[in-house]
Ligand binder design. Structure first.
Ligand SMILES: [Fe+2]
Ligand SMILES: [Fe+2]
Length: 197
């Protein structure tokens, strides 16, 4: 499904946006991004979210993923973002700092889209339906292959919030099993979406 762009979230056509993204990403990640858009459009249709909004947010969500650490660190200073961010890495930066790069390089100013990018990696206590869609689409898109992905897709078809909870719970369990550092906001997401507090 190809969404026509006419709401000016992006000052150009979908095709022009796709070309800019393709130029920034490896083939592997570009394919992932197109998969996320496809999944996001399905979720948007099922959950009453504007398709153009979902398309733009999904297409740009990993725009900054292959930027250098130097670029992210400079952006944290330039935008006066929380200096603690410097203690983290690409995994966290490409969402929170990536949103500022997207604003600057793609001219996307819509806060709903930028927030969906900021929240796509570790979620948040409060997530809009668009945030939930990008978060879940990122996890279930057709190129993903991991134990549990089929269950995640089935849940997402029926209940978006339940899919957020499933993804959050499984991601955290995976990090713990591998003794990986957990970004504090991910724990807040877990408490809110999995434990309901
Ligand atoms: Fe990402
Ligand atoms: Fe992604």
């Amino acid at each position: 499904m190809e969404v026509a762009y006419n709401k000016h979230y992006y000052a150009g056509s979908r095709q022009e946006l796709v070309a800019k993204i393709a130029a920034e990403l490896s083939d592997f990640r570009f394919r992932h991004v197109l998969g996320v858009e496809k999944a996001a459009l399905e979720l948007a249709q099922n959950n009453g979210v504007d398709l153009e909004l979902a398309s733009v947010a999904a297409l740009v969500h990993d725009y900054a993923k292959e930027k250098s650490d130097q670029e992210f660190l400079a952006m944290i200073d330039a935008c006066q973002l929380d200096p603690d961010l410097k203690n983290w890495s690409n995994f966290i930066w490409h969402g929170v700092v990536g949103a500022e790069i997207i604003r600057q390089e793609l001219g996307i100013e819509d806060e709903a889209i930028l927030n969906a990018v900021r929240r796509h990696t570790v979620g948040a206590v409060n997530m809009t339906r668009l945030d939930q869609i990008v978060y879940v689409a990122d996890y279930i898109e057709e190129n993903r292959d991991f134990p549990g992905v089929k269950t995640a897709r089935a849940i997402a078809k029926n209940d978006l919030k339940e899919a957020v909870a499933f993804e959050t719970s499984h991601t955290l369990a995976h990090l713990i099993a591998n003794e990986k550092t957990i970004y504090p906001a991910a724990i807040s997401t877990y408490n809110a979406w999995v434990c309901g507090r």
